[in-house]
Design a protein. Sequence first.
Length: 174
Amino acid sequence: PYSKKSNKTDDLLVLDYFDKTKYLSLACETFNNVISDGLYWPYRNKKTLNQFQAYFLSHHCFSITMNEKLVGFFYIKPNFPERCSHICNGGFITLKSYRNKGIGQFMVESYIMLAKAIGYKGSLFNLVFKSNTASIHLWQKNNFQHIGTIPKVAQLNNNQDYTDGLMYYYDLTQ
């Protein structure tokens, strides 16, 4: 485990490997709530426990706890197969009641540190919705480069309009 005080509270944030025996049900429920919100992920349909495990826990997955409660979790896995598998991707979830408490920043710092340690050479977030201002703020604050835009990629929250998707890259060799 690795820990650090939250930059917005005096609470200790603890990073550890994701413990399925403790957190699987809550993490799946939280992921499904995010899907239901229809604002941050491309999925329309909720995931079963098995589908969640196959997607979210397929490679490296980490938990963030505060006061021994799960407050966030994220994965690191290859963004592309085989010859391009040195470029990773991550998926981040902060439990709704813990947003705006510095957990996202801690996850980003941990993600960069861990992705380098695992051996990835770069990170690409290829689908950050333009309306997800909290995520965009984190990537920009942590020196991820905006490298492209996919126009009108998603219809969020059953809205008739489409939103753009942004791509952010981080060179992990520096």
